[in-house]
Ligand binder design. Sequence first.
Ligand code: ATP
Ligand code: MG
Length: 178
Amino acid sequence: MGYLKQIDIENFKSWRGKQIIGPFMRFNCIIGTNGSGKSNVMDALSFVMGERVSSLRVKHIRDLIHGAHMGKPISNTAKVAMRYCTAEAEEIIFCRIITGNSSEYRIDGIHVTFAKYTEELEKIGILTKAQNCLVFQGAVESIALKDPKERTKMLECISQSKEYAAEYNKKKEALLKA
Ligand code: ATP
Ligand code: MG
């Protein structure tokens, strides 16, 4: 099973210039006072995992650039790179860069389309479309309060069990007939 090794950040939210978060262990805990940037770490991770801007607590992608929350972005770009270790590779670097009002995606330094980026993320078990790979502050309650069918749908999407539903039902029917 793979794991996150390190996040390299440049001018993203509360980080000015180039900063490194990590190296991470298999289990990590981030502590800090209110407003110190704990949720920004989750935002950086969500961002590099291809999350849509509306889920990142900002209106426009450029608002993610350091200083933009005060109307004074220090640059036109910001960058988050995720170093990930897999069973096959010691390190894969997924990188998302803010360019103007859009994003550029790179894998190991090579420019790729968003479709290719999410396809490669899926190979390491990160499902951008599931949206709930990361559980944010307040989300535990909203997940608990979901309609049971909605919650099942969400869990099926994350676990990808939906793909096996047809096969499962077929085998179940065959067993019942036997
Ligand atoms: P809490 O414990 O209250 O949840 P937290 O540790 O999760 O707090 P965050 O929400 O991660 O805190 O960070 C908030 C901080 O990030 C604020 O101080 C805010 O000024 C700063 N911040 C947010 N956006 C930017 C930005 N674009 N540039 C610089 N700083 C920013
Ligand atoms: Mg927080």
